[in-house]
Design a protein around this ligand. Structure first.
Ligand code: TYM
Length: 331
């Protein structure tokens, strides 16, 4: 049977890349009644400096956002990573079989450490903690955007290495990527880059809680090209293709339907249509987020009951791991 695990960092605001690439997939999988566990990975966030007050606020905001997007805590386990001790414990055990060169060439690490004078150890071992997240639940599938592929590959390697050394313990987890361009939504300022929360230019991304006029402005200013027709050609016209992908997601229309309907529009006019569609899609989500944020007790309750269930599963794995490593005595 499948077991699905995925995580998201509670840093800053969720953008359309996270939403289309990850959260929307999770909601779909949830509707298929999959066995699914979702974590707000706060311990991953502190691998870079965080203001404590802002971080607390962001954790609750992430919980509210996931619920507003349709995650239903009665169908899936939703919890805050640091509330479940097995993650860090298993991470240590896996760290002891992982080599440093294996981590040093991972692109996410290279990217994030490039501008740092002093690199925190946590940033370096970040992917080991991610492997522990997944393996603590013996997950078989991990729905993520394309940028996470190497991290899941490391998880597969660590699972195999552990199994080889200590006996069959972990299944090999596989990525689930969303269809079409959603797996790698692009920056609105530079379609060669992915939409990312660490991009210094806020105009490069649309956040779920951006006010409508802000969304319109960002889409109007998005970088496309010098052709005025609306055609879908991700290779040669990545900027326009990115807008079409977003448009297709928020309207549920197919790419060819969209291009057909935009036959008589230039890209400038088309951008306004996309902006309108995005604004109407996110309006009800924004309303739900703000309602939920007024009910902090409820959000904490959801996270606590999720942590209880997650602890039960992950502790069992941890006991097995400790046993296999020779750390556990039976009396
Ligand atoms: P994070 O928090 O950066 O991103 C959360 C999810 O959003 C996806 N994503 C995108 N998808 C498409 N286009 C984009 N432009 C885009 N930007 C982000 C990411 O691929 C991700 O699925 N290391 C992870 C969090 C994590 C995790 C885990 C994930 C920790 N433990 C275990 C899966 C399983 C991260 O930083 O995601």
């Amino acid at each position: 049977p499948r077991r699905i695990f995925s995580g998201i960092q509670p840093t800053g605001q969720i953008h359309l890349g996270n939403y289309l690439g990850a959260i929307a997939q999770w909601v779909k999988l949830q509707e298929n009644n999959e066995d699914m566990i979702l974590s707000i990975v706060d311990l991953h966030s502190i691998t870079l400096p965080q203001d404590p007050k802002t971080l607390s606020k962001n954790i609750l905001e992430m919980a509210a956002t996931l619920l507003a997007c349709g995650i239903d805590p009665s169908k899936v386990i939703l919890f805050q990573q640091s509330m479940v001790p097995a993650h860090t414990h298993l991470s240590w055990c896996l760290g002891c079989i992982c080599t440093m060169p294996r981590l040093a060439h991972l692109p996410a690490y290279k990217e994030k450490s490039a501008n740092l004078k002093d690199i925190p150890l946590g940033l370096f071992v970040y992917p080991v903690l991610q492997a522990a997240d997944i393996l603590a639940y013996k997950a078989t599938h991990v729905p993520v955007g394309e940028d996470q592929a190497q991290h899941i590959q490391l998880t597969q390697d660590l699972a195999r290495m552990f199994n080889n050394r200590f006996g069959e313990t972990f299944p090999t987890p596989h990525c689930i990527f969303p269809g079409s361009d959603f797996a790698r939504l692009r920056s609105l300022r530079d379609p060669a880059k992915k939409m990312s929360k660490s991009d210094p230019d806020p105009k490069s991304r649309i956040c779920l809680i951006d006010p409508p006029d802000e969304i319109v402005k960002k889409i109007k200013k998005s970088v496309t090209d010098f052709t005025s027709e609306v055609t879908y050609d991700p290779e040669n016209r990545p900027g326009v293709a990115n807008l079409i992908s977003i448009h297709s997601f928020v309207t549920g229309k197919t790419v060819s339907q969209i291009c057909d309907e935009a036959k008589n529009l230039n890209t400038g006019q088309y951008k306004l249509q996309v902006a309108d569609a995005v604004v109407s899609h996110v309006a009800p989500i924004q309303k739900k987020i703000s309602d939920l944020l007024h009910n902090q007790d409820f959000l904490l309750q959801v996270l606590e009951s999720g942590a209880e269930k997650a602890t039960e599963i992950s502790e069992a794995t941890l006991q097995e791991v400790k046993d296999k490593l020779g750390l556990q005595f039976k009396r």
